[in-house]
Design a protein around this ligand. Sequence first.
Ligand SMILES: *Cc1c(COP(=O)(O)O)cnc(C)c1O
Length: 234
Amino acid sequence: MTGSDRAAVLADRWAAVRKRVARACADAGRDPGEVTLVAVTKTYPASDVLILRELGATDVAESREPEASEKVAAVAAVPGPPLRWHFVGQIQSRKARAIAGYAAVVHSLDRAAIADRLGAARPADAGPLAVLIQVSLDGDPNRGGVVPDAVGGLAEHVTGIGALRLAGVMAVAPMDVDPAVAFARLREVSDRLRTDYPDASWISAGMSNDLEAAVKNGATHVRVGSALLGERTP
Ligand SMILES: *Cc1c(COP(=O)(O)O)cnc(C)c1O
């Protein structure tokens, strides 16, 4: 496929996903400006990120190091509008320093020790790093996230770290649960968190297959990969 063929494919998919988000907002009676579309570009090359940036993408997510750092550098080398980089994958402690260097938002915080590492490594001139606490909605720790009852404790820890800003919660709908049920549960976790931390208002929920259910349940950030870029080869 030539570069311009790929650009045409991504332009079509970008428009289609934008339309899905807009329709989901309309159906939920929400302002589309409340929902940020985060393009998840893992496994796809920096050239795809550049195409998405041309199409108007402002927020891009990665889930693995060093793939993410390499892509950030490749994209930064090409002049264009600024992009916010999000990190959505499990964070190994030795990778926290790299992530704290380029990320605007980390969606996948689930351990106090990682919060400490991110905070310590955050460059002073970068401003606070926004972090979302990843919530496990089925109690399966293998997929990352803390159980709902542990969110408050981790939130308190994060707010004690000056270089971090507690921004809200994130979840991936468990495979065997109706996403509408899962995201309603996440919204309850968010409501509870916001009684203590009113500014922690972001809800990162919804992917290619379930973004409508997420928007209906208050998502402020949807993380869309395959619907924009194509199915990933494992
Ligand atoms: C890969 C990934 C996504 C995107 O998933 P798609 O189904 O491809 O849209 C969203 N969130 C996280 C945490 C991911 O790892």
